[in-house]
Structure formats: structure tokens, C-alpha cells
Design a protein around this ligand. Sequence first.
Ligand SMILES: CC(=O)[C@@H](O)[C@H](O)COP(=O)(O)O
Ligand SMILES: NCC(=O)COP(=O)(O)O
Length: 243
Amino acid sequence: MTTHLSVNLNKVALVRNSRGHNQPNLLQVALDCERFGAQGITVHPRPDQRHVRYDDLAILKENIATELNIEGNPTPDFIEVVLAVKPAQVTLVPDAPEALTSNAGWDTIKHADFLKEVIAKFKAAGIRTSIFVDPIIDMVEGAKATGTDRIELYTEAYASQFSEDKEAAIAPYYAAAVAAEKCGLGLNAGHDLNLDNLRFFQQRIPQLLEVSIGHALICDALYLGLETTIKRYLTESHSKDPA
Ligand SMILES: CC(=O)[C@@H](O)[C@H](O)COP(=O)(O)O
Ligand SMILES: NCC(=O)COP(=O)(O)O
């Protein structure tokens, strides 16, 4: 099983919005990412629509060839637009509206009833569901009870500890991945993954179905170009050579 690379285009939309025109063209970048080998496109429309907007979603879904993964906090507006667009996957993230970026996974025990209700709606519409969780066994097992198809492990803690002690950094994620497999949950991961830490992560987490990567990838593309960058991330997400 190879880990799929889903490219998050939030930061492309951020640049587009900064001048009020359609440059860079978000759909064109998505199509080019696929042409360069990306195996999915991820977008995370936030309530303030600071980057990806709700009206970006349908045109992406209608025109890309790979999977569209829409991430976000399941507000009524978010639920409505995702049910209308019907992406391949929806990833539920418990972000506060004013959050600078995603900064925590769900408390799947405290919010079990809410998550069960929302997940049931998306699954009834034929949308694969994933929920954003920290690498905590209780939260992974709580995710199972919500009926979600997959979880996405929030990898900020791994990324911030990686350079100091990569064995310590990966340990909770390995344990969470084992727990997810025992629960029959599919496994995704994302947040702050980059060209330095991706290979080690995917080699130590063999169950990994998908990584969604945006911020570091777009920053790298400023220096390397988008095609070279995506091919580098594909190599890192598939390589069996020692990290
Ligand atoms: C959930 C997560 O970590 C990312 O999907 C998120 O999209 C990052 O959001 P920003 O690009 O707004 O920082
Ligand atoms: N779900 C993680 C994602 O889509 C991108 O996160 P990042 O690479 O921008 O930190």
C-alpha cells in the first residue's frame, strides 16, 4: 500500500484573495498538481473564507480527476455546502473560527453524539468521512464509536519534535496507528509535514493511506517550482530507503 499525497491549496487561495482577482487560478493550480502526480486535492474553507471560499468547492469537484478532500469545522454552512458538493472525502476539524491554523484534534468522547450525527449525514450522502484527532489512544477509540471511516492524525507535535528526537516524536503516532488498525479505522495524517520529516513518518506508519500537505509544500514550491516540489514530496511519501 502506498501513501497517497493530497496537496492542500489553502495558501494558493490566500495569494489569490490578496488582490481580488483570479490569479493564481486555483483550479488551474489543482489541475497542474494532478498533472505533476498529486493523488488528491485538499482544501479547508474556514468560516471567514480567508483563503479557500465555499464557491471554490463545486468547480474543483467538477473538474479535478483525483479525490477532493474538504476539511473544516462542521458548522451548518459547512455541512450544507459539503452535502451539495459531495467530495470524495470530508475531514472534520474542531477549529475555532478565529484560529490562526488548525491546532487540535477532536475530543471524540465529549463530542461523540455531535460527531455521530454529522458523520451519519455525510455517509448517507456517500461521502467518506475522516476526523482530525491527536495521537491519543482514547481519542482514537472514541473516533471508532462515532462511525467515521477514517481518522486524520494531527502531526504538528511530531513535526515540532522531529529534529530534536525523531524516535520520541513518532512513538505516540505509531501507537495511535496500531489502535486505529485494531478499530478498523482508515488512517490519514497531516499538518506541518514537510520534505524533512515525511519519509520517516510514512516508513514508521505503514498503515498510512493519505497525507495532506499544504503550507510547507507551497513554501518549497516558491524555490523549487511546483512540479519539482510535488515530485519530491511523492518520492518522500513512497520511499523505502532509510530516512
Ligand atoms: C487540518 C489542517 O491541519 C489543515 O488541513 C489546515 O488546512 C491548515 O489550515 P491553514 O492552511 O488555514 O493553516
Ligand atoms: N490536513 C493537513 C493539511 O491539509 C495541510 O496541513 P499543512 O501541510 O498546511 O500544515
